[in-house]
Design a binder for this molecule. Structure first.
Ligand code: UT7
Length: 336
């Protein structure tokens, strides 16, 4: 530990998507819906889903390998693994522990999961920033991976249309040049709105006692309620994050938002007064990949040359909890 706060460098990012594509037209085989209904309300045309044995650990491991490779840090130099997921195949071992094993890290390091739904990447960055600033850990791997297709109720057309599977990963380390890549970060939750998106995890009481009413299986969402809640708070919240950092919206090069609904993204975009070129969206192709959506959007847009490096971006996300958060970050050359 040290008295001086250590700055953080974003060293590498990576992402992974399953190969199978399910289009809006494909969904018409499951229930009464249409491409027109889904696209106009959400901006989604298709999403990726796992098939067979593939799961959130596989996707997260793939994204982690890519981020580690870009970072130039060896897997066995990682001091801490954080995994953000709402769709772990097992409640334990944690996804972070699975990934430690898959990476072949045999030394004992801390590894744990974060449950903050779609805000998971921002929560992970916030935790990593505190650990790095304190000098407690030097190299941290954050994996955000979700496998919503295994958790949605595929008879619920109001919810299952939205989600897709995918993973993103970020490696952060101490910045030796003294420049902190996290210019500002903030995370929030308001459990009073927890009922808006729920996913029950329960079993049965001891057979010798009275049983309880089991909750329905699958993701249950009050879509209208979530929309209203988020549209009310998020644009103002992101604007305030920027102002509190002593910056103006025009000082920031890109908006990389959680990909949940194109109309929510546009509400933030309008508030910041950004043209389309400054806003990263891929919801059309991947739907809502929960915690993975921000790092996928970041890594893919860099890889495909849609955004330049040596720039700054504001990230923002929200999800079940309700949770939300935002970060203003520097994107250095070489991260992807
Ligand atoms: O990270 C997770 C965050 N979650 C979100 O960001 C969700 C935010 N909310 C939304 O994106 C929108 O609320 C939805 C896209 C989920 C739903 O749009 P909506 O305009 O709020 O629709 P609604 O739920 O109020 O339903 C309107 C109508 C209903 O029919 P009636 O009762 O008016 O006859 C629904 O039954 O649309 C019907 N409907 C559908 N029709 C065709 C609901 N889902 C579908 C569908 N296809 N897939």
């Amino acid at each position: 530990m040290t008295d001086k706060l250590i700055p953080l460098k974003i060293a590498g990012v990576g992402y992974s998507l399953p190969e199978t594509v399910i289009t809006n037209d494909d969904l018409t085989k499951l229930y009464d819906t249409s491409d027109e209904w889904i696209y106009t309300r959400t901006g989604i045309k298709e999403r990726r889903v796992v098939s067979g044995e593939e799961n959130a650990i596989d996707l997260g491991f793939d994204a982690a390998k890519k981020a580690i490779e870009k970072s130039g840090i060896a897997a066995d130099e990682i001091d801490l693994i954080l995994a953000a997921s709402s769709a772990p195949p097992d409640l334990y071992p944690a996804i972070a522990c699975h990934i430690q094993a898959r990476l072949g890290i045999s030394k004992a390091i801390p590894a744990f999961d974060i449950t903050a739904a779609c805000s998971g990447l921002i929560y992970g960055l916030s935790i990593a920033k505190a650990y790095i600033a304190s000098g407690m850990y030097k190299n941290i791997l954050i994996v955000a991976t979700d496998n919503n297709s295994r958790l949605v109720d595929w008879t619920d057309r109001g919810t299952s249309i939205l989600f897709g599977d995918g993973a993103g990963a970020v490696v952060v380390t101490q910045a030796e040049d003294g420049i902190d890549d996290i210019i500002a970060i903030d995370i929030k939750a308001d459990g009073n709105y927890g009922h808006l998106i729920e996913l029950a995890f329960d079993g049965k009481n001891c057979p010798l006692v009275e049983q309880y009413q089991e909750k329905p299986k699958g993701i249950r969402m009050n879509g209208r309620g979530v929309y209203t809640f988020v549209a009310k708070i998020l644009p103002h919240y992101v604007e305030e994050l920027i102002t509190n950092a002593g910056m103006k919206a025009e000082d920031i090069d890109y908006l990389i938002p959680h990909q949940a609904n194109i109309r929510i993204i546009q509400a933030v975009q309008e508030r910041l007064g950004y043209p389309d070129e400054k806003v990263v969206t891929n919801i059309k192709y991947y739907g809502n990949t929960s915690a993975a959506s921000i790092p996928i959007a970041l890594a893919e847009s860099v890889e495909k040359g849609k955004i330049k490096l040596g720039t700054t971006a504001v990230l923002c996300g929200f999800g079940a909890g309700m949770t939300w958060g935002g970060a203003i970050v520097r994107l250095r050359e070489g991260i992807c």
